[in-house]
Write a protein that binds this ligand. Structure first.
Ligand code: UT7
Length: 317
């Protein structure tokens, strides 16, 4: 049996911090409202000349170093992002060149906040089928570039960042299962109306936050069941929940579903905000570097986002 094993992780946050107190100066809101409704205290924001690929590159350097591999071994690059540097080439191709990696397939995946789980799922299939042996999987987003800072219920959420993992083929258990889903009929509840071929409406995020919230909680409930059932595991078998960081109240609802105390949930939303595809690898790397997550432990990753898309990954770390 071939498994995909996470052999290194890395992450990167831009220097500039946008705190709730900064937001209080930009529109009518309070630190108290943002903290109680979302759990966010601050988020990082890119500078004018910093791009998604820059965040991806810095996170990747750390992941490569942590894994101890020769970077020439990387035979596939996948970047999950909704905010690519350019329409084309893909951010993955830009990252390949910036890192000076050898020629290998490189492509982007767009599943908004579920992007990293989608990318992990695809990378796992490449490894399981023997098509790749060492994959650089990145989640990176510059959500500030598509945030409307005059829409207070939306602007408070988003942050920028990048996270990366090195996945290597192994005979030791690694990714145990991945589960990905989508339902495009909810498009209008969370979207950027204007795009490339469709050039009508705003080019910033529009979200019916409270409706998204309710559907997210119910959907994450069912993906947890699906993942546990497929692996014939009990809730108590999960050591750590590594969730997409959308809203502390969504994290608390999933923890409750798992009968898990919040100290087994990796929480970075207070420091990172919602960084979309970057949020899970950022949370994972932060927890590993803080010596919370240890080798041999069982991790459940889950995410829900625009599309709607949602998914999970069960991992023996
Ligand atoms: O990651 C991808 C998936 N996305 C999500 O999972 C996001 C899910 N949704 C959420 O996290 C929450 O819906 C938000 C944090 C976006 C909004 O929180 P909410 O509790 O759903 O607020 P709301 O939009 O229902 O608004 C409640 C009240 C309104 O006032 P009234 O009409 O009750 O008087 C808003 O005008 O809160 C008001 N409000 C604010 N007040 C102070 C909305 N935004 C703010 C604000 N500061 N920033």
């Amino acid at each position: 049996m071939i498994y995909s094993k996470i052999t290194g992780t890395g992450s990167y946050l831009p220097e500039k911090i946008l705190s709730n107190l900064d937001l209080e100066k930009m529109f009518e809101t309070t630190d108290e409202w943002i903290t109680t409704r979302t759990g966010i205290k601050e988020r990082h924001i890119v500078s004018a000349h910093q791009y998604t690929s820059d965040l991806a590159v810095e996170a990747s350097k750390q992941a490569i170093e942590a894994s101890g591999i020769d970077s020439n071994k990387i035979d596939l690059i996948i970047v999950a992002t909704t905010t690519p540097d350019k329409i084309f080439p893909s951010t993955a191709c830009i990252v390949q060149t910036k890192l000076g990696l050898s020629l290998c397939p490189a492509f982007d995946i767009q599943a908004v906040c579920s992007g990293f789980v989608y990318a992990l799922s695809v990378a796992d299939k490449f490894i399981k089928t023997g098509s790749a042996k060492c994959v650089l999987v990145i989640g990176a987003d510059t959500m500030s570039r598509i945030t409307d800072y005059s829409d207070r219920s939306n602007a408070i959420l988003w942050g920028d960042g990048g996270g990366a993992v090195i996945l290597e083929a192994s005979d030791q258990p690694g990714i145990l299962s991945t589960h990905i889903h989508a339902d495009g009929s909810y498009e209008k509840l969370l979207h950027v109306p204007s795009g490339v071929s469709h050039q009508k409406g705003k080019s910033t995020i529009e979200m019916q936050g409270n409706q998204v919230f309710k559907i997210a909680v119910n959907t994450l409930d069912s993906i947890v069941d699906e993942t546990l059932e497929m692996n014939q595991l009990d809730k108590s078998d999960i050591d750590w929940l590594v969730p997409h960081q959308a809203n502390i109240r969504i994290l608390e609802a999933t923890a409750k579903k798992l009968n898990m105390s919040m100290d087994r949930v990796i929480v970075t939303i207070d420091r990172h905000g919602n960084t979309s595809a970057a949020s899970i690898p950022l949370a994972l790397d932060t927890a590993i570097r803080e010596h919370k997550i240890k080798r041999g432990e069982t991790l459940l990753m889950e995410a829900f986002g625009g599309g709607f898309t949602w998914g999970s990954a069960l991992i023996k770390y």
